[in-house]
Design a binder for this molecule. Sequence first.
Ligand code: UT7
Length: 321
Amino acid sequence: MKTRIIGTGSCLPKTVVTNDDLSKIMDTSDEWISSRTGIKERHLAVEETTASMSIEAAKRAMENANVQAQEIDLIIVGTVSADFVTPSCACEVQAAIGADSAVAFDINAACSGFMFALNIADAYIRAGVYRTALILGAETLSKIIDWEDRSTCVLFGDGAGAAVVRADETCGLLAFDQGSDGKKGEVLACPGRTNNNPLVKTDRTLRYVHMDGQEVYKFAVTTVPASLQKTIEKAGLTAADIDYFALHQANIRIIQSVSKRLHVSDDKFPISLDHCGNISAASVPILLDEMNRKGLLKPGMKVALSGFGGGLTWASAVVEW
Ligand code: UT7
């Protein structure tokens, strides 16, 4: 039994903020952001919330998969920016779509969140516990970013992506690899929930994401190609057999470095970071949905997916479409 992706959906906030827009409110430039990262613009939530974007992405994925809410057994949202500590974003999605018999919960694996959700769903499906799952990556990163720190705030965006996966006899997830390195957690962190009782003085800046960009960059360009290589070998394939690589969208230079290390043309690495920025857990499913809706993905194609980021965490998968 395999876990097959049978539908995708995504939702981006209405408001687009370009690099030039940012250069009017802080000391930065389109030239710096574009040349270092490949990002041109990002969508930022104004009216939207993590849950509202998740619900819209979920509905689009269900429509694309032709699946009704009553058929969904499991809902997992990968997020570091849910609207509430509780209820979870997944429970909000469950209520809004009317998936009354589903079990719903969130997971935190930062930018690997959607990939971890896929692997959890796969484990349940292969064990025969559940048949159909709705998995999402959803973020409103703009609320946990320090808008006075130009080294991070220009990089991130908001949005949600979803996929419906189902048990299938013929094709689906062929192999995966995932890992964590908690010892390096401080290189990309957002402390968030600091104590604020009357006995404790809280540093308000601890509420925001801070990142040692160069350390994260080094981690990404070594771990991601190694993880992809391992996963592709587990699937009994070589990098040349992969039709597309859908990677977490953090930086165009990371993606180019992975394509070089795997000796694969960068045409096989579709991009959404130019118009989305880095949306952490939502990057991979939004990219996958864009590829799906452009008609790039044909039955039988082999697609390698990879997420990497805070934790540190990483996860790769090879799927047969
Ligand atoms: O999703 C999780 C995974 N995250 C990642 O994969 C991020 C990985 N890291 C990166 O992509 C890159 O390290 C960054 C794009 C974040 C930064 O690029 P960099 O080449 O490592 O730049 P830097 O941090 O070394 O900064 C270089 C210069 C500094 O100025 P000085 O000290 O050389 O005078 C910064 O102050 O660029 C300056 N700078 C900026 N200038 C204009 C930093 N941010 C900006 C900015 N606009 N927004």
